[in-house]
Design a protein around this ligand. Structure first.
Ligand code: ATP
Ligand code: MG
Length: 339
């Protein structure tokens, strides 16, 4: 039986299968294929040390994480400063979240969104954990300036669900000095979240970056994509598949500062391609590049389903992820309201 690389999800040769990784994928993530992907600590040791190391750590978020660096023995070890990697094990309440996030991130990359480098590594007791390489560090350890959208809005963390994507897009347009490519990238990420059923794409899950050579105030781009999940695939078969939920409202109704649903949404009862084209329109993005992105998603349907198949998610999770993706592709394919 073919096995697949725990970083790239590409098929492994019989020799590579022992290690579980392709050498090129290890080099791509860790800078060398001699770094050991086997963590020198167990899952429970993680939960002890994450408390010790997380104090003062700049990476926030709900899930427990640990900052890691590569030591002289080429092992991945916890560190309180100069971390190059972030380790996220599956939380108790969400088994296989690591495998789920890894698969979702690979698909983000497949559809042409710039995506954080990531992979799966083994705890000493065998369970898989998700690891990502920090994108806010230069090779010599210097920090790249970045801010998440909640910080850009100047709001406290309770506010992370309190805006619409339309408002988030307008803010990005503003802080990026009107760069249309950055706004289009944002719209693509919202469409992608809908495609995979990621219902937690809130304001802290978008960040903007200023490149080191930029001495001005405008941001250059969004950071690579992060925190992608097939959220719906955590439910077991007993719950109905979500009908088009997103973390934030899509369009803004300026009259009451709440979500405005399109005629199409009222007609179908869920978001369709029409809604995302309308979002683009309100953000000054022509219909054509959005339509092109949606076409590409349809074009890549087979490859996406294959990636899900080759991922490390359990069978039931793969099935739910694939079924949802196929439904969402159908919804995104609707670009005109039937009369
Ligand atoms: N590869 C990366 N490089 C640099 N910073 C990152 C990277 N991945 C995530 N971050 C930062 O760390 C924060 C937390 O990460 P992430 O969103 O993956 O965690 P989380 O606990 O799942 O978050 P949430 O609060 O959305 O549940 C992000 O908001 C982002 O600012
Ligand atoms: Mg997050």
């Amino acid at each position: 039986m073919t096995s697949y690389c725990k970083i790239s999800l590409k098929p492994l040769t019989a020799r590579e299968a022992k290690a579980g990784y392709k050498a090129a994928a290890l080099r791509n993530l860790f800078g060398s294929n001699r770094v050991s992907p086997n963590l020198p600590f167990s899952r429970s040791e993680f939960f002890q040390s994450s408390r010790q190391y997380s104090q003062g750590m700049s990476i926030s978020g709900v899930q427990q994480k640990l900052s890691l660096k590569v030591n002289e023995q080429r092992q991945l070890v916890p560190t309180s400063s100069g971390g190059e990697y972030i380790l996220k094990p599956s939380p108790e309440a969400y088994p296989n979240a690591a495998e789920n996030e890894h698969a979702a991130m690979r698909i983000s990359e497949l559809v042409g969104i710039e995506t954080a480098k990531c992979g799966l590594v083994d705890f000493a007791d065998g369970e898989l954990a998700y690891i990502t390489r920090r994108f806010d560090r230069l090779s010599r350890g210097e920090k790249i300036h970045q801010e998440d959208l909640l910080q850009c809005f100047n709001m406290p963390s309770e506010g992370k669900y309190s805006k619409t994507y339309e408002e988030a897009g307008k803010l990005i347009q503003q802080v990026a000095g009107g760069k249309q490519a950055v706004v289009l990238d944002f719209v693509r990420r919202v469409i992608f979240a809908y495609l995979i059923g990621n219902d937690d794409l809130h304001l802290k899950n978008f960040s903007v970056q200023r490149l080191p050579e930029n001495t001005g105030r405008d941001y250059d781009r969004l950071t690579p994509n992060y925190d992608c999940l097939f959220c719906d695939a955590f439910n077991d078969g007993s719950t109905e598949q979500g009908l088009g939920q997103l973390a934030l409202g899509l369009l803004l109704d300026p009259k009451d500062d709440d979500e405005q649903f399109s005629d199409a949404h009222r007609h179908y009862g869920y978001y369709t391609g029409i809604d995302f084209i309308e979002l683009g329109c309100r953000l000054g993005i022509p219909e054509k590049p959005i339509q092109k992105f949606i076409d590409q998603l349809h074009h890549k349907q087979g490859d996406m389903i294959e990636l899900i198949q080759h991922s490390f998610m359990p069978e039931a999770m793969k099935e739910r992820a694939s079924a949802l993706l196929e439904n969402r592709l159908r919804a995104l394919g609707i670009i005109a309201l039937k009369s």
